[in-house]
Design a protein around this ligand. Structure first.
Ligand SMILES: [Fe+2]
Ligand SMILES: [Fe+2]
Length: 298
């Protein structure tokens, strides 16, 4: 005998939809855009900055370091916008032919709604800080156009997790740091709440997508995912941010990428997502070099 109508736990998409209805933010009303910056506060945690502890860092005054923190956090936020625009395309393509009555479809569309608010929130924050929206370097932006075409199923959701989880880890620390400006802390706090649902959804989608994946297909998705990790993690800080405090962008980037403290920071950012990707068989043996170059893998 089967219990057709036995009540079980609600499907994940239903729970995520209910959580979205209960707790979502409107950056227009939940952020005080008119509040002036607090003098002397950082815009992000100094220890997580790419040049922290390098010879170039030691040459900068405290004032210059704080100014650089505004440019660096704006670079990360603008790369976040770029990433979320790609991510929205992945989600929209995923639901294009799906049944709109399905809670999964509705949740994916709800997530697109969250991401449109996030991108506008990041954009307004960067504008309020009076610094450029650096975004990824020009050739990376061109490569990004291929993302929505090349990524689907396992590599799409693995990529979404690479875009969301490391930055989430960094934002959870940033939002609690009292040395940091209220504006960037509040932006981080709003983002963290909504991203938690996105991460839950993407992890579930990834687990479903890798089921029954053949060897060749798996290798293809693994290679794509490694490339996404490489491109994304090395794009967070645009070299031009260093010019804002009179440093040579090329030399500063060289020191940043070789900086043990920064390499530790990226690896720390990846500590949540890497085991998830490994468990789902998305980290291929032959891609280890690319993974290490992404700095997510030590
Ligand atoms: Fe987001
Ligand atoms: Fe998200």
């Amino acid at each position: 005998m089967t219990l057709v109508d036995a009540p079980g736990p609600a499907p994940l998409a239903d729970r995520l939809l209910r959580s979205s209805a209960r707790q979502s933010y409107d950056p227009d009303v939940d952020l005080d855009w008119s509040a002036p910056p607090v003098p002397g506060l950082w815009w992000m945690q100094p220890e997580r900055m790419s040049l922290y502890g390098t010879p170039l860092w030691r040459r900068l005054s405290e004032e210059q370091r704080i100014a650089l923190s505004a440019h660096e956090v704006a670079s990360i936020a603008s790369v976040g916008i770029w990433f979320e625009v790609v991510l929205m395309q992945l989600l929209l393509r995923d639901v294009y032919a799906e049944d709109p009555r399905d809670p999964r479809t509705q949740y994916a569309l709800t997530e697109v709604g969250d991401e449109t608010r996030h991108t506008v929130m990041f954009a307004r924050a960067i504008a309020a800080m009076g610094v450029p929206a650096y975004g990824p370097r020009a050739h990376i932006r061109r490569i990004g156009r291929l993302g929505p075409l090349a990524l689907h199923g396992p590599s799409a959701y693995a990529s979404i997790l690479i875009g969301e989880e490391p930055v989430d880890r960094w934002q959870r620390e940033l939002m609690r740091d009292e040395r940091v400006q209220p504006l960037t802390r509040m932006v981080a706090r709003i983002h963290v709440v909504e991203e938690a649902r996105h991460v839950t959804f993407a992890r579930d989608e990834l687990t479903k997508a890798v089921r029954g994946l053949g060897r060749t297909q798996r290798a293809w998705h693994q290679a794509l995912t490694a490339q996404v990790a490489y491109v994304t993690m090395r794009s967070l800080v645009h070299p031009e941010v260093y010019a804002s405090v009179g440093l040579d962008p090329q030399e500063a980037r060289r020191q940043a990428l070789g900086n043990e403290s920064y390499r530790e920071t990226i690896a720390w950012m990846g500590e949540k997502v890497m085991p998830v990707l490994e468990e789902n068989g998305m980290v291929g043996e032959r891609d280890r070099k690319v993974w290490r170059a992404s700095l997510l893998m030590r």
